[in-house]
Design a protein around this ligand. Structure first.
Ligand SMILES: NC(=O)c1ccc[n+]([C@@H]2O[C@H](COP(=O)([O-])OP(=O)(O)OC[C@H]3O[C@@H](n4cnc5c(N)ncnc54)[C@H](O)[C@@H]3O)[C@@H](O)[C@H]2O)c1
Length: 250
């Protein structure tokens, strides 16, 4: 895959599939930027990638804060001279039955999972437009198709699909592609934070009888971010073991 030497920023990459994506990109010679909200976790991932011989920097920034996002991209471009790839990966969930969901539950999830994608994409595009080159890969969720107890999360992740399609249309002529991956269940700290009975129920509903690994997502992100995917734009590719075929089962 042609990707060596590119500069990639992956939001929320101190954990889970963002971390997996950063590690695999660094292994392939990508200059990798680890972003997250926790300094200690960012430092740990940066250290690991450096020890493995990768080129990497860490930036602590909250993707819901415009000023922090602006400063983050400035720091990246000052260090590496450009920004080729943005992976909008950071996300949270606060699942609750609809009538129990508070306004704060709604706002928090929409802020991180949708507004954060807007802010980071807008900032990245300012630089990508000048370069005439860019790859944006958005991590949605299979839950955008609908998931009981996930009104906030499903709505935010559906917004990510819609934003992907719209940006693809707006930015294609500038050499920037925008694509989307809705993962199914992936073994990350997010998955491990679910209650045991919930996990059991979800596992039973998996067409392949198992959940995926962060590497399954990382390899797909890498493909969308590579030169080979240059004519793929505005697409949504499920990496979910076939679960999207049962769209109405949570
Ligand atoms: N794990 C799954 O089964 C699954 C399934 C479908 C979609 N997803 C999506 O994949 C993405 C990654 O999930 P994961 O399972 O690796 O989760 P994770 O919790 O392991 O990692 C998410 C990271 O995002 C960071 N983050 C949260 N808010 C942030 C903010 N405001 N600014 C910067 N970073 C912030 C967290 O600190 C965390 O390190 C998320 O968007 C999630 O919604 C996960």
């Amino acid at each position: 895959m042609q990707i060596k030497g590119r500069v990639a920023l992956i939001t929320g990459s101190a954990s889970g599939m963002g971390r997996g994506t950063a590690e695999i990109m660094a292994q392939h010679g990508v200059k990798t930027v680890i972003n997250d909200v926790n300094q200690g976790m960012v430092d740990e991932v940066v250290k690991g990638i450096k020890e493995a011989g990768g080129e990497v920097m860490g930036v602590v920034a909250d993707i819901t804060k415009k000023a922090e996002v602006e400063a983050m991209f400035k720091q990246v471009v000052n260090t590496y001279g450009r920004i080729d790839i943005l992976v909008n990966n950071a996300g949270i969930f606060r699942d609750k039955a609809f009538l129990k969901m508070t306004e704060e539950d709604w706002d928090k999830v929409l802020e991180v999972d949708l507004k954060g994608v807007f802010l980071c994409s807008q900032e990245a595009v300012k630089y990508m437009r000048e370069q005439g080159y860019g790859r944006i890969v958005n991590i949605s969720s299979r839950a955008w198709l609908g998931g009981p107890g996930q009104a906030n999360y499903s709505a935010a992740k559906a917004g990510v699909v819609a934003l992907t399609r719209t940006l693809a249309l707006e930015l294609g002529k500038r050499g920037i592609t925008v694509n989307c991956i809705p993962p199914g269940l992936i073994e990350t700290p997010m998955w491990h934070s679910l209650p045991e009975e919930g996990k059991e129920r979800l596992l039973k509903a998996q067409p392949m009888g198992r959940i995926g690994s962060p590497r399954d997502i990382a390899r797909t992100v890498m493909f969308f971010a590579s030169d080979e995917a240059g004519y793929i734009n505005g697409q949504t590719l499920y990496v979910c073991g076939g679960k999207s075929l049962f769209a109405n089962i949570g």
